[in-house]
Design a protein around this ligand. Structure first.
Ligand code: ZN
Length: 543
């Protein structure tokens, strides 16, 4: 008997509900995690793909201040926007899990166990403090200069070099809500989790997983391990977030990043429940005994958090939980040569783009240009030109050739395939498998492979042999088999056109079986982007 397929848990970076998702966010973790999940599902693996808003982040407080609304209003509005954007993108996510009593219970149980096991230590630290506002500054409440790379940075971790800055380490601190406020330092006693205590296990973990990290993230992990490991704040003096339940730190809240692991565990439980697979214990899917493949998708700026802090938060529970098989990290996606920026309004909201351009073309272009190894660039003109010339035109030419061929054959009966066709289909599948599976998962190479194979098959279709015993090189059954293989490998990226085919009964599962005959099927055309309106005010300006 073959063992049951290994379940997979795919987590995309938890979005902060202080605004909607823009195209840069989508081209980073959210599309990549979706494509990986869809590929696994097509191969027959049980997979849950989820995320969870991180409502406790101080970025919420800072943005709400700037917009003159309450943090609660901002969270509620942004969560609805993010949920709509993920759905418009066609992700497998069932939605966003509610931040409710079960969420808070999961977080509190998680930290209470660690507290009871003596994992946390009391530390007196020096913190920046906005004197007039009377607010301790961390994460989104403070900006300054990174002590490692000297770039401008918020508190917590630098998005340029990826290094953490805790407590009083950020240079020239300013209160983001009111940069004119005077910043002084005050001592506070908080709880921390000492990462250095886990050095041995961390080193062993990275030794086995490092081949799965992309080079830039691997470099940062190496830099971090080469110096004394920081202490992770567990509590902070603040008012926004979940009240810390510990007697040593009255009036403090849990440090927002401490919530990420229980949040992901809760989100997995919630997403499974939406698929009718609710478990009694919230953390059942994450238990080491279940041997789920755990994969995170996040940006380089979160390598410290998702790669180290969250790992230590799992290791602190001993052997109870599974640890990530891989962190797939993306770089920044630029817009017209400059970083996406909400504050400068230099951005395109995903929802606006998807309202104008067919979803499959957006997904395909973002995959093709995904910032996997270095910063890449988005422009409307490039998207229009590349998708029209390299995707839609050859795709529709192949569709036309196949349609004409099938009409000429005038049969609904299955067509035989030959050894040559089956070998080619298997070879194509292998090229895609290398793009979609770890450790080399690459959206960009998968999308390039689609273009390469599409072009090849379009030329093949010109030599289609429609006679019963002809001698031309391409037999209709072989062409159909190769086209179906291409479609099944396109399906993780282009969901609309392939979902329609599956609804018509075309089998697009990725099994590796190469059948000896294949029933004719319709090869649908792609929508023509030439009909798409050119620039509109919605895409060039504020929403
Ligand atoms: Zn830096």
């Amino acid at each position: 008997m073959t063992p049951p397929p290994r379940p997979a848990i795919v987590i995309a970076a938890t979005p902060t509900p202080n605004g909607d998702l823009h195209v840069g966010h989508m081209a980073g973790p959210y599309l990549a995690g979706d494509v990986y999940s869809r590929y696994l599902r097509a191969t027959g693996r049980p997979v849950v793909y989820t995320t969870c808003t991180d409502d406790s982040q101080t970025y919420v407080v800072a943005t709400a201040h700037r917009q003159g609304i309450t943090p609660e209003e901002l969270v509620s509005r942004s969560t609805a926007q993010i949920e709509r954007s993920l759905a418009a993108m066609g992700t497998l996510m069932a939605g966003l899990p509610p931040i409710d009593d079960r969420y808070r219970g999961t977080v509190l149980d998680y930290v209470a166990e660690l507290h009871a096991a003596g994992r946390f230590k009391l530390r007196t630290v020096r913190l920046p403090y906005a004197r007039n506002a009377g607010v301790f500054l961390f994460d989104g409440l403070v900006s300054g200069t990174c002590p490692v790379c000297m770039a401008g940075s918020c508190g917590g971790a630098c998005e340029t070099c990826g290094h953490p800055n805790n407590f009083d380490e950020l240079l020239d601190p300013k209160y983001t809500v009111d940069p004119t406020d005077v910043v002084v330092y005050r001592e506070q006693t908080i709880l921390v989790l000492a990462m250095e205590d886990y050095r041995e296990r961390l080193t062993a973990y990275y030794a086995s997983r490092t081949p799965r990290w992309r080079p830039h993230a691997k470099q940062l992990i190496g830099e971090l391990l080469a110096r004394p490991l920081p202490e992770i704040p567990v509590t902070f003096p603040g008012t926004w977030g979940i009240a810390a339940p510990f007697p040593e730190t009255p009036g403090q809240v849990l440090y927002p990043w401490i919530e990420a692991m229980p949040a992901s565990i809760y989100a997995t439980w919630w997403a499974n429940a939406q698929q009718g697979k609710e478990t009694a214990a919230t953390d059942e899917a994450w238990l080491a005994a279940g041997d789920a493949e755990l994969v995170y998708f996040h940006g380089f700026d979160n390598v410290y958090h998702w790669g180290l802090v969250d790992l230590v938060m799992l290791l602190a529970h001993g052997e109870r939980y599974t640890t990530p098989d891989a962190n797939v990290c993306n770089e920044f996606y630029d817009l017209d040569g400059e970083k996406f920026s909400t504050s400068r309004n230099h951005l395109i909201w995903s929802a606006d783009l998807l309202a104008e351009v067919p979803r499959d073309l957006v997904r395909f272009f973002l995959a093709l240009t995904a910032p996997e190894y270095q910063r890449t660039n988005f422009s409307r003109d490039a998207m229009h030109g590349v998708t029209t010339r390299r995707l839609v035109e050859p795709w529709n030419a192949l569709s036309e050739a196949l349609t004409l061929g099938l009409v000429a054959l005038d049969t609904a009966a299955p067509l035989p395939t030959t050894e040559v066709g089956r070998r080619r289909a298997a070879a194509m599948l292998e090229r895609f498998r290398l793009c979609y599976e770890l450790p080399n998962f690459s959206l960009g190479r998968a999308a390039e492979t689609v273009l390469t194979q599409l072009d090849r098959l379009r030329r093949s279709a010109d030599s289609l042999d429609l006679s019963a015993n002809g001698s031309a090189p391409v037999r209709p059954g072989d062409l159909l088999l190769e086209i179906r293989t291409l479609l099944s490998c396109v399906a993780p990226i282009m969901v609309e056109v392939t979902d329609a085919l599956v609804a018509e009964g075309v089998d697009l599962r990725i099994t590796g079986d190469q059948p000896h005959e294949i029933a004719p099927f319709r090869f649908p055309r792609l929508p023509n982007t030439a009909d798409t309106p050119e620039r509109t005010p919605a895409l060039d300006g504020a929403r």
